[in-house]
Every structure is written in C-alpha cells, then in structure tokens.
Design a protein around this ligand. Structure first.
Ligand code: DON
Length: 546
C-alpha cells in the first residue's frame, strides 16, 4: 500500500516562510495563493483566489457547485465565520429519499439531480472578498480563469480522485474520459462560467445564465431546483465557537457545522488527561480519546442542526460541568458499548423545526481556514450543460431517516431532517488555535464524519505530542463516531501490542486505508516563522511559504 509506505517514510520537514504560508491539496492552487500574497493581497484575497483555483485544478473537491465554511481571523483579533453551506431546495421534503415502503434509497441522495443542494460557494467567496479582502474580484479570479482556459497538466498526484479512493470507493467516472498523466486539461465551459462571475459577481451565478442552465437541466432530469431557489439563497455570518484546551484557545466552526462544537466537547472531556505522558496512540491514550469521541458524536448526531431551524444547545454541550459528568461515565479500561451511550444532555428536544481544506496566513498575521465541498468526490456526478462544473450531493448530509446511516455511517436524528431552505448538518471543521491571544495554528481537512477527529489529532499531535506540522498531518489516524461501535484506524496507527491490548479490553477495530487531507500551518511564537504541513496522503498538494 503506497500510502502506508509514505507514512512510514522518514518524517519530512515542514515548509517554512518568514512572511506567509499557503497550504492546499493542489500545488497550482497553493501557488495561486502565494502569488496573490506576494503582490500585496491579504489572506482573504488569497483565500478567494485559491477557492476558485481549486475549483479548476482539484475538480473532485474544489468547487463552485457546492458550499462550505470560511473562518477568518484578522491580525487585529476580529473573527468571522462565513457560512456558505448549501440549502435544501424549496420543493425538498423530509421523506424525499424514502421509497414506497419507507426505506431509504441512498442512490437518490448521493447521485443525480435529486441529491443537489442550492450551491453557496460563489456567494460565500464574494462576500468574504467584499468584506475582508482588498483586491478586485477579477484580479483574484484571473489565475483560475487562466487555468481553466489554457489548461493545467495532470501530474500523478492529481490522479487519485480519478482512480477512486480505496477508502471511500468512489471513482472519477463522472469526469467523462479519465485523464492521463501529462495531459493538459482545458475546461472551456468552466472558464466561461468563471469569467461571467468575475464580471458580474454572484448575480451571474444566482440570477443569470448559470442558474438558468442548472435549473433547466434539473427540470429536464427530475430534479427540484428552481430559479427561486437560486434567487433566495443567502450566505450567513456568525461568530466562531471557542473553547479552552490547556493554555490554548481553540476557535472553530459553529452550526450548521457540527465541527467546532464536537471538537470542543472532545477537548473539554480529555483536557485533564496526561495524554503526552501516556504516549501517542498508546492503549490508555486511545481509550480515553476514543471514549470522549464516542460521547461527543452521540451528542452531535442527536442535538445539532441548522441554527436557522433548530436550537443548538451549544452552551450546555460545552459546559465544563457537562464534560466532567461525561468523564465520570468513562470506565478506566473497558469500552462503553455505544448502545449504552445515549445523548447526554437532560433537555427536551423541541422540533420546530468531496471536500477540500486550505489554510493561509499572510505577512500581517491575518489567517483564513476554508473547508468547502461537493460532498462525494465529484459530488452528485452531474454537470449542467455549458457550466463546466460538478454539482454537489450535499443533501445526503441530512437525516434521510432517523437511525439509518448516511454515506459516512453517521446515524443522525430529527434535528437534521430535510426542510425547504435548511442547511444540512456538516462535519467540516476549519479551525484556529491561539496561544496567549496570538495565532498559533490553522488547521482542517476533508474526510466526511472523520473531519472532526482529524482536526483534533492535528492539534494534539502538535501541542501534546510535540510533532512538527508536517508530521502532525502525516501521522496515521484513529477515529470513533459512536456508531458504528468500532475504532476506525489507518495502517500503522497502532502497534500490534497496542491493538492486542485494546482488543482484550473489548474494542473492535476497522481498518480504513487512508482518509482526509489535512492542510495546516503552525506559527512559531518566538520567531513568527510560519510552518506549513500538506497531507502526503494527497501528493498533489503543497505548502509554500516565503
Ligand atoms: O459537510 C460534511 O460534513 C461533508 N459533506 C463533508 C464531505 C467530505 O469531507 C468528503 N471528503 N472526503
């Protein structure tokens, strides 16, 4: 297994930059960001440029047909969370993926026109640029337009999504003919779409020809999208979630992402444990981290949903007394079977209701963390004529039916049911870590439900286990999400002795070849040096500093 070999290879040094750092999963997009910073753009200018560039050179995951989250922290301490998550179309309904017998038909929420949520990326990037950027839209989009019009040459690392992921079983069938290494991919339709967005802004996408083409194709093919869905789409802004872990202040994604709340709930539970003393992925460290994850994911699945539709009990979930009560329920050695772990808050639930991540820090210390997605690799697998980009299948992130797992095995509840105009609950976790009020780390990853534990492990790897940022993103991972009741792990995540010990204690394991693509930056508090780590599971990526 090539990835296992990669992970075993000697640890690489991180990229270093005295001024700035950009880490993304495609090197041409990283270079686009660096170029913008070098000519005086700030981190938000670079983030918008990278967002559009990835839509061209990372077509599995970078997108304008999906949605996501941008976490911004300006050097003066201002923080903002820009939510451009997709919304369910107005004609969507709770049981739309059930067949006549009431069973979930997973194909419908994952492939084709019924799987699509109203995309948010273009409006989200435009909002960020207008409010926090310094450059014109046409300036920051010029590199993406050039890459689409004049093409980019496919390198071996770019082939992974097209070959299909052994971890996730998706293939690149939707891109038409599979490209070859060395081939120049020109995307004329995408170039024209980007050009019209550069000229007319989000109007081109939401009220112009792009929306028209998508809606026409959707209507011809049994989809739900209407021009009104596009005209009514909105981006939301809020303050990020905060929690304290040792001497760190963790800043992360609030609902409709479950990422920040779940990450913070896990950190709250594990904060008194001497993880470093126990050792990285040792039986004891694994036991306590996994038990914290099990409890936090049970809560995630039961309590969280789009805040425009449900009340998210964030204060209760992140109350230190709640963490203490959960800690008490963890036995010293034995796993707690997931069927005994119920969502732990004593509250009544009132019902009213393929991804990529990149991290940027500029010379002034402005920082941006973006995770955005079309869900599956190549999303729903459909492209509207003349548009040149894949549309998402984000509707699968909703609860199609309570108790039935989604694509990521998440068994979710009523709060995340499908309703018109609602955003599906996400696991995307763009995150920053502050120490003494200063930016110390920017991190995040794709990986479906595992995104949260990837963010967690990158943070623990750096601050508890003393790894450099490249080691931190490369280190093999473990994950537990309540259901299924097993520790998922990558090859080499544990020694045989550790696994035997944990098996004897009662843990079940499931090996997953590899997951995620963390892109992280760590800042040296003394020198201000920016160190970048790009996940070697995705060799097309690059962290470049200057
Ligand atoms: O928002 C979410 O949680 C998912 N749609 C993310 C999907 C993802 O990370 C797929 N890539 N591996």
């Amino acid at each position: 297994m090539i990835f296992a070999a990669l992970l075993l290879a000697a640890a690489l040094a991180p990229a270093a930059g005295t001024n700035a750092m950009v880490a993304t999963e495609q090197h041409l997009a990283t270079q686009t960001g660096v170029d913008i910073l070098k000519v005086g753009g700030n981190a938000v200018d670079a983030a918008v440029a990278v967002g559009y560039a990835l839509a061209v050179v990372d077509p599995c995951c970078g997108n304008i047909g999906g949605g996501g989250f941008m976490l911004i922290r300006m050097h003066d301490g201002r923080e903002r969370f820009i939510d451009f998550r997709e919304k369910a179309p107005e004609r969507a309904s709770r049981d739309m993926y059930l067949d006549a017998r009431g069973n979930v038909d997973p194909e419908k929420s994952r492939k084709g026109w019924l799987a699509i949520g109203v995309p948010g990326t273009v409006m989200g990037l435009d909002r960020a640029l207008r409010e926090y950027g310094t450059m014109s839209r046409s300036r920051v989009m010029s590199s993406a337009i050039d890459l689409a019009r004049n093409g980019y040459v496919v390198e071996p690392g770019d082939m992974i999504p097209f070959e299909g992921s052994p971890a996730e079983g998706y293939s690149g069938w939707a891109f038409g003919e599979k490209p070859h290494v060395g081939e120049r991919i020109v995307q004329r339709d995408l170039g024209a779409s980007l050009d019209s967005i550069a000229r007319d802004g989000d109007g081109a996408f939401y009220r112009g020809a792009i929306a028209r083409n998508i809606v026409d194709a959707s209507q011809r093919n049994g989809g739900l999208l209407t021009m009104r869905d596009f005209a009514d789409y909105t981006v939301d802004e809020s303050q990020p979630v905060h929690c304290t872990y040792h001497d760190l202040d963790v800043v992360s994604a609030p609902p409709p992402s479950s990422g920040g709340v779940t990450l913070c709930e896990i950190l709250n539970i594990i904060s008194p444990y001497p993880l470093a003393q126990w050792g990285w992925h040792s039986p004891r460290e694994t036991h306590y981290v996994v038990e914290a994850e099990r409890r936090a994911y049970a809560d995630r699945n039961a309590y969280l949903g789009d805040p425009a539709f449900v009340h998210d009990p964030i204060a209760q979930l992140l109350d230190p007394r709640y963490a203490a009560s959960l800690r008490k329920s963890i036995a010293p050695v034995d796993p707690t079977p997931s069927k005994q772990v119920k969502p732990g808050l004593h509250i009544t639930v009132h019902e009213n209701d393929d991804t990529t991540h990149y991290s940027i820090v500029d010379k002034d210390g402005n920082a941006v963390a973006v995770t955005y997605t079309i869900n599956d690799w190549f999303g729903s697998g459909v492209v509207a004529p003349h548009t040149g980009f894949f549309l998402n299948d984000e509707m699968d992130d909703f609860t199609s039916k309570p108790g039935v797992p989604n694509m990521f095995g998440l068994v979710q509840g009523e709060r995340n049911d499908i309703q018109p105009g609602k955003r599906p609950l996400s696991s995307m976790t763009p995150t920053m870590v502050l120490r003494d009020g200063k930016l110390a780390m920017v991190t995040g990853s794709p990986g479906g439900s595992r995104i949260i534990t990837i963010a967690l492990e990158t943070i623990l790897n750096v601050f508890d286990f003393g790894m450099n940022v490249q080691q931190a993103v490369d280190a093999p991972r473990m994950h537990m999400q309540w259901l299924p009741d097993q520790i998922q792990y990558e090859p080499n995540a544990f020694t045989a002795t550790t696994m035997n010990a944990l098996r004897t204690d009662g843990y079940a394991f499931s090996e997953v070849p590899f997951w995620g693509s963390a892109q992280a930056i760590v800042i040296d508090p003394k020198t201000g040096m920016r160190y970048g780590g790009t996940d070697r599971r995705h060799p097309a990526g690059a962290a470049i500093g200057y």
